[in-house]
Design a protein around this ligand. Structure first.
Ligand code: NAD
Length: 391
């Protein structure tokens, strides 16, 4: 699909957003470096052009490849022989759609932050554009990069816990337990603005991570959701706490809790899956361990790094057991998979396994459809059941 050869060199990466004081852009940069697959060579790093150029200079980006905004970047890059191969979009949610669209239309692959868009209409259009153009569009559902999440997924697929009955997933955070958006917190300000974050507050910001994680591990598709959203901080326009019941295909039942006001919880993402013969528990704050319990048994701790783990798990493991790996490595596993998927497309071959099970535009679309169904359930149907339009 690509007209530029990617053979024998690193992929040229551009970035939109992620400038000084931003959060996730820095994590993308660490992740992209870890496996030596990418060179960051261009960017429109900040909504404030002057600040973006200063940031670019500090990060050794050639001045002619530091752009005022993403539109100038598309124009500047598309005509270059050494143009970027892929752009990472690390901006607030409402900008993802126009930015991703512009780069795909210029023939440049995209790695987009979640949620992929703020409306279902845009998500459908973007997924369709990626599909019809043949461009790669990866979505950074971070937690599907963890080795022990892959182990859980492999165990479920192997039938180690039997047919799934119950899925419990929670993503509690405390950082927005007070109105910090009114006290100059950059990240909280746009996350509490429906025009920038989308219709769902906590459910869009972190609920989408939890939903993706549960679906990734279990392979289950959601038939319907029933939601109760709450806003605890005075004056906030979006939910900061969400309780969602999920009916999965085949009869399994799910419960998802996302909260930005859960005091004591730094990043408490946790997944519990209960099957007919056993259960699995994974907690993001102890990501190197997976707990497996059989009926009436004691929990068995499965540790990352051991030789007897699934091939998918070992392929995402960098250090021996006892040497902790975490967030950056998980994020870089996504980047490693994106690199393989992008190269495979360019070479017209099937991707190796690590490039096949990375989150892509349809996963992004499912996440936005989930948020729509959750907010519709709460706002329009008094908590009644709503079917996500894409699952
Ligand atoms: P942030 O506010 O910290 O950073 C946003 C950056 O984008 C800033 O540098 C800002 O100047 C820049 N920006 C804004 N509009 C721009 C534009 N039009 N052109 C160029 N730059 C622009 O936000 P954040 O917390 O880093 O979140 C960014 C995105 O990443 C969001 O979509 C969020 O949901 C997502 N996110 C994902 C994860 C994850 O685990 N995958 C974690 C945190 C955030």
């Amino acid at each position: 699909m690509s007209t530029v050869s990617l053979a024998g060199r690193r992929l040229r990466l551009g970035m939109v957003g992620g400038g000084a004081g931003a959060y996730i852009g820095g994590i993308h940069r660490f992740a992209a470096r870890l496996d030596n697959q990418f060179d960051l060579v261009a960017g429109a790093f900040d909504v404030d052009a002057a600040r973006g150029h200063a940031f670019a200079a500090e990060n050794f980006i050639a001045p002619e490849r530091s752009y005022d905004d993403y539109a100038a970047m598309v124009e500047g890059e598309r005509g270059r022989e050494d143009r970027i191969d892929v752009v990472a979009i690390c901006t607030p949610n409402h900008t993802h759609y126009p930015i991703a669209r512009a780069f795909i239309e210029a023939g440049i692959d995209v790695i987009c932050e979640k949620p992929m868009t703020t409306t279902l209409e845009d998500a459908v259009a973007l997924h369709e554009l990626a599909r019809s153009s043949g461009r790669f569009l990866g979505v950074t559902y971070t937690y599907s990069g963890y080795p022990m999440v892959h182990e859980a997924r492999a165990m479920v697929a192997r039938g180690d816990i039997g047919k799934i009955r119950v899925v419990q997933v929670e993503y509690p955070l405390e950082w927005m337990a007070t109105g910090i958006e009114l006290q100059g917190n950059q990240q909280a300000a746009w996350r509490t603005d429906p025009k920038k974050n989308g219709r769902g507050g906590s459910i869009g910001d972190i609920g989408t991570h939890a939903y993706h994680l549960a679906g990734f591990v279990t392979g289950l598709k959601a038939d319907a959701v029933s939601a109760d959203l709450a806003t605890f901080v005075d004056g906030r326009a979006l939910d900061d706490n969400a309780h969602v019941m999920i009916r999965y295909e085949g009869g399994a039942r799910g419960l998802l809790w996302s909260s930005q006001v859960a005091i004591g919880q730094s990043n408490g993402l946790r997944l519990r899956v209960f099957g007919e013969t056993g259960s699995l528990v994974w907690h993001q704050e102890q990501p190197n361990e997976l707990f497996h319990t059989e009926l009436f048994g004691s929990p068995r701790v499965i540790k990352r790094g051991r030789d007897d783990l699934a091939a998918e798990t070992r392929a995402r493991t960098r250090t021996p057991p006892g040497h902790p790996e975490g967030y950056i490595e998980a994020f870089s596993n996504l980047y490693q998979g994106f690199a393989e998927a992008i190269r495979a497309r360019a070479e017209g071959r099937e991707a190796e396994p690590k490039g096949r099970d990375v989150p892509m535009s349809y996963d992004g679309l499912k996440g936005v459809a989930f948020v729509e169904a959750v907010v519709d359930s709460h706002e329009k149907h008094g908590g009644g059941w709503c079917a996500p339009r894409f699952a």
